[in-house]
Design a binder for this molecule. Structure first.
Ligand SMILES: *[C@@H]1O[C@H](CO)[C@@H](O)[C@H](O)[C@H]1NC(C)=O
Ligand SMILES: *[C@@H]1O[C@H](CO)[C@@H](O)[C@H](O)[C@H]1NC(C)=O
Ligand SMILES: *[C@@H]1O[C@H](CO)[C@@H](O)[C@H](O)[C@H]1NC(C)=O
Ligand SMILES: *[C@@H]1O[C@H](CO)[C@@H](O)[C@H](O)[C@H]1NC(C)=O
Ligand SMILES: *[C@@H]1O[C@H](CO)[C@@H](O)[C@H](O)[C@H]1NC(C)=O
Ligand SMILES: *[C@@H]1O[C@H](CO)[C@@H](O)[C@H](O)[C@H]1NC(C)=O
Length: 456
C-alpha cells in the first residue's frame, strides 16, 4: 500500500518593528533529517489506524444474496515511499512562502504562523490523500468464502484514504496544542526571566526556515525596558549544518540591565571576607599605608566597603572577542565602636574586560581578562589623597577579588559554563561558535533522542 503525501507549509511573512535578538534558522540539511524522523513517525501512525467495520450485501448469481460484515480491519504494513521535502518559495507575490513535503498523492497544506502571544502556530488548511495499491488478506470467519477481494479493494482504499487526512490533521492539532501550551517566557534563576516570543512570522526562503525570537531578559522583581534596543543582524552562510543560530549582544546586555536595575550589582565587603592570606586588612591601620592621614583620624577601626556598578555593564561582541565595560565604585566606611558606619572616601573603578566565548564538552564557556583598570578618587571625607600614590596593582588584584565576592559573580555565568539547551526530545551535536560584530553565530547539527511519538 502506498499512501502518497505532499505536505505544504505555507507561511506569510510580514515585516515587524522589533528586531529579533535570537535567530534560529533551519537549513535544508536539518529539514532532510527532520523528514527522516517524521516519515518514520507518519508510517507508525498509519499502521495504528483502525478502520470501521464494513457490512453489506453482494449478489452472487446463482448463490443469491450474501450478507457480510468485515470486522477488525487493520493496516498491518504500510510501505511509505521515500518522501521528498524542500523549501519552496512561492513566486506569486504577497510574500507567501511554503515548505513542501511530497510523497505522491497526499496533498496537505499547512499554515505556519504566530499567535498574538508570539507562539509558533500550525494550522492545516486542506488535505487530500490518495492511496496507491491495497493488498488485502482475510482471516477467520467466513473469509475462505471470499476470494472476491477486488470487490472490497475500492471500499477499503477509500476508507483508508478517508482516514489519512483526519489522522494527519489530528496530529497537526496535537502539535498545535503542544505549541499553544508552550511558555514564551522562562525564569532562568530567582532574579531573571527570559522572553522568547516570535518577533515576526516565520520566514522561508529557497534554503531555510528562519525564526526570529525576542531573546530579552527581564528582572523578575523590577521588569523594565533597557535604554537600548536589539540591532538587526544577519547570520553568515555556513554550509553543512542543520541549524544556524544567532545571539545578539542585546540578549546579554538585557540580562546585565536586569541585574543592574534590580540593584543586584552591589555588595558589602568587610574584613572577614578578605582572604586570610591577604597582606592588607580592611582596617584603618592597614589601609593607612595608602592613605597616611586615615589611621590618625580613625585609629584602629575595622572598615567596610560598599561596591556597586555605577552604570549598566555593557557587552560588545566583536569578531573573535567579547568586551565588557564595567564602571564601578567603592565607598569606604569606618566601623565605629557603636557600629555606626562613618563614610571615608569613594573611588571610581573603571575597568575594561575582554574575553572569548567557545563551546567545549556541550557547554558554552567563556573567559574574561582585565585590559584596563583606572582608579580615581571621587569623594573624600578624610581630605585629599593621591590615588596614583596607592598601589594600583594591589587594587587591581583586590578588585578582582571583590568582584568575586559581589553579586556580579552571578552575572559572570560564563566562568562555570552554561549547558547548551537540551530538550527531552532532541539535543545539539557538532556545535561550533563564531564571534561576529554584534552577535554570536552558532552552527550545529541536531539529534532526535525520542521518536516524535513522545508528543502523544
Ligand atoms: C508555563 O509557566 C507556568 C508559570 O510560570 C508554569 O506553571 C507552567 O508549568 C509552564 N508550562 C510549561 C509547559 O512549561
Ligand atoms: C561581614 O559581613 C558578613 C556578611 O554580611 C557578616 O555576617 C559579618 O558579621 C560581617 N563581619 C563584620 C566583622 O562586620
Ligand atoms: C588591622 O590589620 C593589621 C594588619 O595589617 C593587624 O595587625 C591589626 O590587628 C588589624 N586591626 C584590627 C582592628 O583588626
Ligand atoms: C557613634 O560613635 C561616633 C564616634 O564616637 C559618634 O560620632 C557617633 O555620634 C555615634 N553614633 C551614635 C548613634 O551613637
Ligand atoms: C583605559 O581607560 C582609559 C579611561 O577610560 C582610557 O583613556 C585608556 O585609553 C584605556 N586604555 C586602554 C589600553 O584601553
Ligand atoms: C604593589 O603591590 C604588589 C602586591 O602586593 C607588590 O608586589 C608590589 O611590589 C607593590 N608595588 C609598589 C610600587 O608598592
Amino acid at each position: 500500500m502506498l499512501p502518497s503525501m505532499t505536505v505544504l507549509l505555507t507561511l506569510v511573512s510580514l515585516t515587524c518593528g522589533e528586531n529579533p535578538a535570537i535567530q534560529v534558522i533551519l537549513k535544508n540539511k536539518g529539514l532532510q533529517y527532520g523528514k527522516e524522523v517524521g516519515a518514520g513517525w507518519i508510517q507508525e501512525k498509519l499502521e495504528l489506524i483502525t478502520l470501521p467495520d464494513i457490512s453489506g450485501v453482494i449478489k452472487l448469481g446463482f448463490l443469491g444474496k450474501v450478507y457480510y460484515t468485515l470486522t477488525g480491519i487493520t493496516i498491518t504494513k504500510c510501505d511509505f515511499p521515500e518522501p521528498t521535502v524542500e523549501f519552496y518559495q512561492d513566486a506569486t507575490g504577497f510574500k507567501t512562502s511554503s515548505l513542501g513535503l511530497s510523497v505522491h498523492g497526499c496533498d496537505l497544506y499547512v499554515n505556519l504562523g504566530k499567535d498574538p502571544d508570539g507562539r509558533l502556530s500550525v494550522t492545516s488548511i486542506s488535505c487530500d490523500a490518495r492511496v496507491g495499491e491495497v493488498d488485502i488478506r482475510f482471516h477467520g470467519g467466513a473469509s475462505h468464502y471470499f476470494p472476491f477481494v477486488d470487490h472490497f479493494k475500492g471500499r477499503i482504499k477509500s476508507d483508508i484514504e478517508g482516514k489519512i487526512c483526519p489522522t494527519v490533521e489530528e496530529s497537526i492539532l496535537n502539535v498545535e496544542s503542544h505549541l499553544q501550551a508552550m511558555n514564551v517566557s522562562f525564569d532562568v534563576n530567582q532574579d531573571l526571566t527570559i522572553d522568547l516570543p516570535l518577533t515576526g512570522l516565520p520566514v522561508i526562503d529557497a534554503s531555510s526556515l528562519n525564526l526570529g525570537l525576542k531573546g530579552e531578559f527581564y528582572s523578575i522583581k523590577s521588569p523594565a525596558e533597557p535604554p537600548f534596543e536589539a540591532q538587526a543582524f544577519t547570520i553568515p552562510e555556513q554550509q553543512g549544518y542543520m541549524l544556524s543560530m544567532g545571539l545578539s549582544e542585546f540578549t546579554l546586555n538585557s540580562a546585565s540591565y536586569g541585574y543592574f536595575s534590580a540593584g543586584l550589582l552591589k555588595a558589602l565587603i568587610n574584613d572577614s571576607m578578605i582572604p586570610p592570606s591577604s597582606p592588607v586588612r580592611l582596617n584603618t591601620s592597614s589601609i593607612g599605608q595608602f592613605i597616611p592621614q586615615l589611621p590618625k583620624m580613625f585609629p584602629d577601626l575595622l572598615m567596610s566597603l560598599q561596591v556597586y556598578a555605577r552604570e549598566i555593564p555593557l557587552f560588545s561582541f566583536l569578531p573573535g572577542a567579547v568586551k565588557l565595560g564595567f564602571q564601578g565604585a567603592v565607598k569606604a566606611f569606618a566601623i565605629q565602636a557603636n557600629k555606626t558606619q562613618t563614610p571615608l572616601f569613594k573611588l571610581n573603578v573603571d575597568t575594561q574586560l575582554s574575553g572569548k566565548v567557545w563551546i567545549a564538552s556541550g557547554k558554552l564557556k567563556g573567559s574574561l581578562k582585565m585590559d584596563n583598570f583606572t582608579l580615581t578618587l571621587a569623594a573624600s571625607e578624610v581630605g585629599p589623597f593621591k590615588v596614583q600614590y596607592t598601589n594600583q596593582s594591589y587594587f587591581k588584584r583586590s578588585w578582582t577579588t571583590i568582584c568575586v565576592f559581589t553579586n556580579f559573580k552571578k552575572s559572570n555565568i560564563l566562568g562555570k559554563g552554561v549547558e547548551i539547551p537540551r530538550m527531552r526530545q532532541a539535543q545539539l551535536v557538532n556545535t561550533v561558535l563564531q564571534m561576529e560584530e554584534g552577535f554570536i553565530a552558532i552552527f550545529s547539527d541536531a539529534q532526535v533522542l525520542l521518536t516524535l511519538g513522545g508528543f502523544n
